[in-house]
Structure formats: structure tokens, C-alpha cells
Ligand binder design. Structure first.
Ligand code: GLA
Length: 575
């Protein structure tokens, strides 16, 4: 995306955000905007997936020292977070929490200052409910006391888990997480707030509550766990049927549904990098890292840092890939195309470069060819650069490609479950790669892709994703959308039917944080039906329904809930 466009979009977003926050504040949903407490995704270490309840002072001291010695701090991994099980089973008589003195003989304030003295930022865990997930005291009803203690002990990051809530309703989660937001944001040094609430609403038969929770977590905190735990070290005891790779793909698959929520200062969290789990190949570990970085996701290692080999440290500290994660635009790469064996993702970077990430889900090494148009380049215009410089972020090698000779990029020999990752620049001095948001439009419940069969005499349908041009949509700034199968026609809405037609009529759409894609003329929502033919229709907008929540390519302007009349009215009416 051109730098100019990036700046324009960012500028445009500010009034919407202010308006939204003001309106949400009126409704008691947020006291004030979360100031940008953590503009970039957090990086660091957490004990849970690797050590679970076997945490203690020695583990944290040795891990801190090893993170420093192995160059992980220098690479950006600057947080050391404690997870569950640091306390005794009961609170003190005065209601306060304290630490388990067998595990932490010198106390948590001592440990926090040790961590800080080595150049890291310490973080702690608690639970929004009455008990933590492992059965230790939860913070429900003790929010002020606990938050003050955590700050007094020296912690600057709090993960608020969501087990054991009294009733478990979405409304209750919103109130309790909102309360923590109020408390944390009033502190002299506001803590980074990691919210686990969405994970408790994922995978439901009706995803409305998951989407609702996702719509408020960015107002309250800086990162939110949206789905399953990454595998713990002895995962076969708990999840005997889930392989390491299935687990990575599962969380990856949840993350891609939620791209619209991410923005500077708020990050979707697909959970830890448990890169030493026994059930991964080296290529799978590297994919885990490269995919999370492509998302600008938090990079929190939950691994035995002391035993990390040089080879592992080398890929985890790859400066080019970390720069993608920590890019100031913090775009979450979105799907260009998806098929049984391949996912292709792209996003823009703050200097105007474009990212290309290719995941080989197949079980053999294979080649893939990606047309430049798929990652958003508009060829044959005077803005198209004559050459592109493509850097392979694994090898560090760059090549220059003449666009007149090559309309597509050939990638060779991507290993099974491996991820190729490239940074694409315009080699002309001071120029960026001009792109238009491009990729699949999919229903985030069914995962069906919006498919334009018009060039073959058909209609617009929802079908399995197959990576055909008919499923790759270009979303223009004026609100029109065309598939790459027929760029001269646009997605239009007529009498409740969705068709490919004249770009000048009924062809403009707005995309909202609710996930609704709304036609500007009829105010109706793009809707999936599973009726025979699976035709796309337009229908009255519901409240974040399974049929109407869709994912669009990153870079499309996402309008706030406050601008989304139907959703906002419903929320005001307490729906
Ligand atoms: C839940 C969370 C994990 C971890 C454990 C601790 O499962 O999702 O990340 O915090 O609780 O008990």
C-alpha cells in the first residue's frame, strides 16, 4: 500500500474511533480509549505451555538470564510473564493475594525487580472469575486490591484469564473486564492488559457472542486470547488426538477470522510460541513463528529457553521476520487465497513494502506460483513499478524481478508444513509498492469463500475455497469490489440478489467492525444461505449472525460499530 494511502487511512480512522469510544463510554462500555499503551505486539516469555504449575523463582531467574545470554532480549523478547499457580490455594486473612513462598522464597517483588534489573518487564496472571483455571484464587470481587498489589509488587503486564465466572454470560464478562480496564487505566503506569475472555466464547454453534466479545476487548486492553491454548508440553494427557501441527493450524485458522479487530495498540493473540513441543518438525516450528509474525501477533515464547539450540535461537531472532511482526502498521496479514494444500497471505508494511507469506499445508515439498495481482498489485498502470525487489526473509537473499517479463512469482521447494516469507519492495528510490486490498472474502463461521461465477454464466455463490481468481476480490477505495476473474464487473445488489454487474449501480459496500458488509444503497447485508446453489443474497442486517459476518482483505477501511446503525441500535437496546 502506498505510504500516502496508509497515512490517509490512519487519519480517517481517528474521528471514527473517538466517536465510537465516546458513544461506548455513554453506554458504560469503556471509560476512555485505551491509550496506546503497547503500540506494538508484546514479545517475551511465559511459563505456562512449557512448565504449567511447575513454576518457581529458579525457573524465572534462569530463564531471564538465558534470554539475555542467548540474545533474545536484544532481538525484542523483553517480557517475562508468570502464569497460573504462583499463589497458595487461599487468600490471606485480610483478603489479599500473596505468593507461594515454597515456589518464590524471596517473594514476587524481589523477582520483579530482578527481572527489571536485567532489562525485562515482568508480568503476572490472574483470573476474572472466582478461581483460576487451575483452581487458585481468582480475582472476582477483589479487583482493586489485586491490581494495586500487582503494581506495588512491580508487575507491568497482567493476563486476565476467564475461568470460573459466576454465570458465564457475555454481559458478565464485559462488566468484569471493563472493571479491570477502569482500574488498570487509572494507574500511574497503566499495565498492559491481556484479556482471555474471547477464548470462552469461541467454537460455539452460534458465534454471535464470540464476535461481541471480540468487539469490546480492543476497547479495554492491548491483546486478547481468542481461541484454544497452544499445546502444553505433555499435551497427550489432555488432548490425545490433537497433533502439534493440527494445533498450530487450529489457532491460525481462528486468527484469520478476526483480522478486522487488530489495530496499533490492540492485537489478536493466537497464544504462545511453544516451539519446543515434542510433536513439531523444525519446519513446523519455523512456520509457527513466521505465521505469528505475519499476523503481527504477540510473540510470547513458552519453551525451555535454557535448552534452545543455536539453530532455534537463530530463527527465533531472525531480525527481518521480527521486523514484520513489529512493523508500526501492525496489519494482520489476511488470506489472498486458500486451498486444501496452500494458503497465501499478504499485508502492507509501514515503509510501503508488501509482505507475501506462503504456507504449504501439504505433506510433500512443492512449488507455488503467485501472480502479482493476487497480492494487490495493479499491473498495467502508470503506477506499476517496472521492477520489484523480493527478499526471502529466511535466507536474507534478495532478487530483482522485471515486471514486464514476469507477471507472477515462482517459489520453489517449500517444505511440507513450511512457510515461505518474502518482503517485496519497489527498488526505485523513495517509492513504495502500490497495492489495493486484495484477497478472499469468506464467511467466518462456515469458512466458505465468496465466489464469482459470472464469467462462466453463473451467479455469486458461497463455495469451498479453491484459490481460483473468481474467489480473489479487489476492494477499491470507492467501496466497489471485483473478483480477479472479471475486474470490469462489480459485486452488485439487486432485489435481494447478489450479482456481478455494472460497477456504477448498487455496487458500493461498507465493511464494519461487526463483520457486516453492507450495501450503501439498500443498507442490506451480504448474507450466506445454504439453500440449494448456496447463492449469495442480501438480507436485513442481523446482530453479528453466523450468516453475515465476513472477513475481508487487510487494508480495507473497517468502520466502527458506532457507524453501524443496525448493530449499534441493537446494542443500545441491550441485545
Ligand atoms: C487456561 C489458559 C492458559 C493458562 C491456564 C492456566 O487454560 O488458556 O493459557 O493460563 O489456563 O491454568
Amino acid at each position: 500500500m502506498p505510504r500516502r494511502l496508509v497515512m490517509l487511512m490512519t487519519d480517517k480512522m481517528i474521528p471514527h474511533r473517538r466517536l465510537c469510544v465516546a458513544l461506548l463510554a455513554v453506554l458504560g462500555l469503556a471509560s476512555a480509549a485505551s491509550e496506546v499503551i503497547s503500540p506494538l505486539p508484546p514479545m517475551g516469555f511465559n511459563n505456562w505451555a512449557r512448565y504449567m504449575d511447575a513454576l518457581n523463582e529458579t525457573l524465572f531467574v534462569e530463564t531471564t538470564d538465558a534470554m539475555l545470554a542467548k540474545g533474545l532480549l536484544k532481538a525484542g523478547y523483553n517480557r517475562i510473564n508468570l502464569d497460573d499457580c504462583w499463589s497458595p490455594r487461599e487468600r490471606l486473612a485480610n483478603g489479599s493475594m500473596t505468593w507461594d513462598t515454597d515456589k518464590f522464597p524471596q517473594g514476587l517483588p524481589w523477582l520483579a525487580s530482578y527481572i527489571k534489573a536485567k532489562g525485562f518487564i515482568p508480568g503476572i496472571y490472574t483470573d476474572a472469575g472466582t478461581l483460576s483455571c487451575a483452581g487458585y484464587p481468582g480475582a472476582y470481587g477483589y479487583e482493586e486490591i489485586d491490581a494495586k498489589d500487582f503494581a506495588d509488587w512491580g508487575f507491568e503486564f497482567v493476563k486476565l484469564d476467564g475461568c470460573n465466572m459466576p454465570t458465564g454470560t457475555e454481559d458478565e464478562y464485559r462488566k468484569v473486564y471493563g472493571k479491570w480496564h477502569e482500574i488498570l487505566s487509572k494507574m500511574d503506569n497503566p499495565m498492559v492488559f491481556s484479556e482471555s475472555a474471547p477464548a470462552y466464547f469461541a467454537e460455539a454453534a452460534n458465534l454471535t457472542n464470540w464476535y461481541k466479545v471480540m468487539s469490546w476487548v480492543p476497547e479495554f486492553g492491548q491483546l486478547a486470547r481468542h481461541s484454544r491454548d497452544t499445546l502444553v508440553w505433555n499435551s497427550t494427557l489432555y488432548w490425545p488426538d490433537i497433533t502439534g501441527w493440527d494445533s498450530i493450524l487450529f489457532n491460525y485458522g481462528q486468527e484469520v477470522r478476526l483480522g478486522r479487530f487488530q489495530r496499533p495498540g490492540y492485537f489478536n493473540d493466537p497464544d504462545f510460541l511453544n516451539v519446543d513441543h515434542f510433536d513439531y518438525t523444525l519446519d513446523e516450528r519455523r512456520s509457527h513463528f513466521a505465521l505469528w509474525a505475519s499476523f503481527s501477533a504477540p510473540l510470547i515464547l513458552s519453551t525451555d529457553v535454557l535448552s534452545l539450540t543455536d539453530e532455534e535461537v537463530k530463527y527465533l531472532t531472525n531480525a527481518d521476520i521480527i521486523a514484520v511482526d513489529q512493523d508500526p502498521l501492525v496489519q494482520q496479514a489476511s488470506l489472498v487465497s486458500q486451498s486444501v494444500d496452500w494458503d497465501v497471505l499478504t499485508k502492507s508494511l509501514s515503509n510501503g513494502d508488501r509482505l507475501l507469506t506462503i504456507l504449504n499445508k501439504g505433506s510433500t515439498a512443492a512449488d507455488l506460483t503467485v501472480p502479482w495481482t493476487h497480492i494487490g498489485l495493479v499491473t498495467n498502470t502508470r503506477h506499476t513499478p517496472s521492477k520489484l525487489s523480493v527478499k526471502d526473509l529466511w535466507t536474507g537473499r534478495s532478487e530483482t524481478i522485471d515486471l514486464k517479463r514476469s507477471k507472477r512469482f515462482n517459489v520453489k521447494n517449500i517444505p511440507p508444513h513450511g512457510t515461505a516469507i518474502f518482503r517485496i519492495s519497489n527498488p526505485a528510490l523513495g517509492s513504495s509498492v502500490q497495492t489495493v486490498p486484495t484477497g478472499v472474502i469468506f464467511n467466518t463461521y462456515s469458512l466458505s469463500c465468496l465466489t464469482d461465477s459470472s464469467s462462466r454464466g453463473g451467479l455469486i455463490t458461497w463455495t469451498n475455497c479453491t484459490a481460483l481468481d473468481s474467489q480473489i476480490w479487489r476492494v477499491r477505495e470507492d467501496g466497489t469490489l471485483s473478483s480477479l476473474a472479471d475486474e470490469k464487473r462489480c459485486l452488485v445488489e439487486k432485489d435481494g440478489r447478489i450479482q456481478s454487474g455494472d460497477c456504477s449501480k448498487h455496487s458500493k459496500w461498507d465493511y464494519f467492525l461487526s463483520g457486516a458488509l453492507i450495501n450503501r444503497d439498500s443498507k442490506k447485508c451480504l448474507t450466506e444461505t445454504q439453500d440449494a446453489g448456496a447463492f449469495a443474497i442480501s438480507d436485513a442486517c442481523g446482530y453479528m449472525t453466523n450468516e453475515q459476518v465476513v472477513a475481508l482483505p487487510v487494508g480495507v477501511t473497517v468502520k466502527s460499530l458506532a457507524d453501524d446503525d443496525s448493530v449499534f441500535d441493537l446494542r443500545m437496546n441491550g441485545a
